[in-house]
Design a binder for this molecule. Structure first.
Ligand SMILES: NC(=O)c1ccc[n+]([C@@H]2O[C@H](COP(=O)([O-])OP(=O)(O)OC[C@H]3O[C@@H](n4cnc5c(N)ncnc54)[C@H](O)[C@@H]3O)[C@@H](O)[C@H]2O)c1
Length: 442
C-alpha cells in the first residue's frame, strides 16, 4: 500500500517517517510550503526524540517526500491518513476547520481516482465527526460513496510526545473505528504487514466509539494526574507524609496501577487540556454537565498557583525576588510549550512581582516566541541559578536530576529549592538547604 498523510505535526510527520522507514512509499502533505521544504531538507520542524535520524533515513531511502499538494498526495497513494490539528476554540470546543478542509480536498482528489481508497482519520475528533462531517464532505466533493468507492476508518492516536517514534512502533493497542468491515479489514491488513509478528491487539468498533475511546483515555489519564496532585496537596499538610510513597503504595494495587500517579506541577501539552475542554464542551452541547472532568481541569489550573505558593511561603514575598525556573517545555523530550505548566507558573510569579530567569535544554526558542522579554533566559543551569533567591524544578529533564545540593548552594544567592516534579531525594536535600516539594509534608 502507498501512503499519504495530511498534516505534518507530531502525529502526521512521525507516522510518515515510521512508515517510510519500514519500506512504504509515503507522501506527506502540509499546507505550509516552508515546512515542506524544511522537511525535505531533513530538518525536523520540532524537537522529538530520534526524529532527526529517522527523518533523514526516510528521505535518504527515497521513499518519503513532503509536498503542499494534497490532491497529488491522495492520488499517489492507496490510503490517506488525516492528521491535521484540531485546536480548541475560545469556548473550549474543538475547531474542525482543518478536518473539514482536508476532507474536502481528499474528496476532490477521489473524484479522479478509479481504485478503492482508504481514508483514515487520526486526528482527535469528537464523537460523530467522522460519520457526520468527514464522510459527507468526502462524498460531496468526490461524488463517490463511502463503503463502495472508498473506505473510512477512525483510528485514534495514542503516542506521547517525547517518545512518539517509540510509541508508533510499539503501541499498546490499535483501536479501529470502521464505517464498514471492508474499511476495517483494509487498515488491519496494512498494520499486519507493518508490525508483522509484533502486531498489537486490534480492537474494532464503530466510528463514534473509537472517537470516544480517545477522549475517555485522555480524560482518565488527566484525572489520575489531578487526583494525585490533590492527594499531594493534602499530604503537604501532614508532617512526615510523602506523596511519592503514598503513590507507590497505591500503584502496587493492580486495579490502580502506578503510571500517571506522579504528583507535580500539573499536566500540559497539546492534548490533555485541549481534549478535556473539548469533551466538556461536547457534553455541555448535549445537556450533560461533566462534574469530574471540570474539576480535573480546575485542579490542574490551581496546581500552578500551589507551586508558586510553595515559593512565596519560603520567601515571605515574591515582589522583586529573582526566581530561577528549571524547565519550560511541558515534559522532557520535547520543545513543545503548548499549555505547559511553566507558562501558568510564570504568569502567577509575574503577577506577584517576581523576576524570572529560565533554562530549558530545548524549549528556549519556543518560550521566546510566547513570552518575549517578560522573562530572562539562561544558556546553562549554572547561569540560570546564578544569584537567584529561589529555584523551581518545573520539567523533569535528566540534566536536572544529576544536580546535587552543593551545586544549588554554590550557585544560588539563597539555597531555596522547590521540587515541583519530585526528582530529588528529600533525605539528601533537606539537611543541606531549604528544600520544599509538591506532596512532601513538613
Ligand atoms: N501531539 C500529540 O501528542 C497527539 C497525540 C495523539 C493525538 N493527537 C491529535 O492528532 C492531531 C494532530 O496533532 P499534532 O500534535 O500532530 O498537531 P500539530 O499542531 O503538531 O500539527 C498539525 C498539523 O496540521 C497541519 N495542517 C493544518 N491544516 C492543514 C491542512 N488543511 N492541510 C494540511 N495540513 C494542515 C498544520 O500545519 C500542522 O502541521 C490533533 O487532533 C491532536 O489532538 C496529537
Amino acid at each position: 500500500m502507498r501512503i499519504s498523510v495530511i498534516g505534518a505535526g507530531y502525529v502526521g510527520l512521525v507516522s510518515a517517517v515510521c512508515f517510510a522507514d519500514r519500506g512504504y512509499e509515503v507522501t506527506l502533505s502540509t499546507e505550509d510550503p516552508e515546512k515542506a521544504k524544511q522537511i525535505n531538507r531533513a530538518i525536523p520542524p520540532f524537537h522529538e526524540t530520534g526524529l532527526d535520524q529517522t527523518l533523514k533515513r526516510a528521505l535518504d531511502s527515497g521513499r518519503m517526500r513532503a509536498t503542499v499538494g494534497r490532491e497529488e498526495a491522495v492520488l499517489n497513494s492507496d490510503v490517506t491518513f488525516i492528521a491535521v490539528g484540531t485546536p480548541s476554540r475560545t469556548d473550549g470546543s474543538i475547531d474542525l476547520a482543518f478536518i473539514k478542509d482536508s476532507s474536502a480536498r481528499v474528496g476532490e482528489a477521489l473524484q479522479r481516482k478509479v481504485s478503492y481508497h482508504l481514508v483514515a482519520v487520526r486526528s482527535t475528533v469528537v464523537p460523530g465527526t467522522t460519520e457526520n462531517i468527514v464522510k459527507p464532505m468526502i462524498e460531496k466533493h468526490s461524488g463517490r460513496a463511502a463503503g463502495e468507492d472508498f473506505g473510512l476508518v477512525m483510528q485514534p492516536e495514542f503516542l506521547r510526545q517525547g517518545s512518539a517514534i517509540y510509541d508508533t512502533i510499539n503501541p499498546d493497542r490499535i483501536i479501529i473505528g470502521e464505517f464498514d468491515s471492508r474499511s476495517g479489514d483494509s487498515l488491519l491488513d496494512l498494520y499486519r504487514q507493518f508490525y508483522g509478528e509484533k502486531l498489537p491487539f486490534a480492537l474494532r468498533m464503530n466510528l463514534a466509539s473509537a472517537e470516544m475511546v480517545k477522549y475517555a483515555s485522555n480524560a482518565f489519564l488527566a484525572t489520575k494526574v489531578s487526583f494525585i496532585n490533590e492527594v499531594a496537596n493534602i499530604c503537604e499538610k501532614v508532617a512526615g507524609v510523602d506523596v511519592v510513597k503514598v503513590a507507590e503504595g497505591m500503584g502496587l494495587d493492580e486495579r490502580i496501577g502506578k503510571r500517571f500517579l506522579h504528583a507535580g506541577a500539573g499536566f500540559g501539552g497539546s492534548c490533555f487540556p485541549k481534549d478535556l475542554k473539548a469533551i466538556v464542551a461536547f457534553a455541555g452541547e448535549h445537556s450533560y454537565k461533566p462534574n469530574i472532568l471540570k474539576s480535573v481541569l480546575k485542579v490542574n489550573r490551581n496546581q500552578a498557583i500551589h507551586v508558586v505558593e510553595l515559593v512565596r511561603k519560603r520567601l515571605g514575598t515574591l515582589r522583586g525576588r529573582r526566581i530561577a525556573l528549571l524547565g519550560l517545555s511541558f515534559k522532557p523530550g520535547t520543545d513543545d510549550l503548548r499549555e505547559a505548566p511553566s507558562l501558568r507558573i510564570i504568569k502567577q510569579l509575574l503577577t506577584k512581582g517576581a523576576r524570572i530567569v529560565a533554562y530549558d535544554p530545548v524549549g528556549i526558542e519556543n518560550a521566546k516566541k510566547i513570552l518575549g522579554k517578560r522573562i530572562g533566559y539562561a544558556d546553562t543551569v549554572e547561569s540560570c541559578l546564578e544569584g537567584v533567591d529561589a529555584a523551581i524544578i518545573v520539567t523533569e529533564w535528566d540534566e536536572f536530576r544529576k544536580l546535587t545540593p552543593t551545586d544549588f548552594k554554590s550557585w544560588m544567592q539563597r539555597p531555596i529549592l522547590i521540587d515541583a516534579r519530585r526528582i530529588y531525594d528529600p533525605a539528601t536535600f533537606r539537611p543541606e538547604m531549604t528544600y520544599a516539594a509538591v506532596g512532601l509534608g513538613l
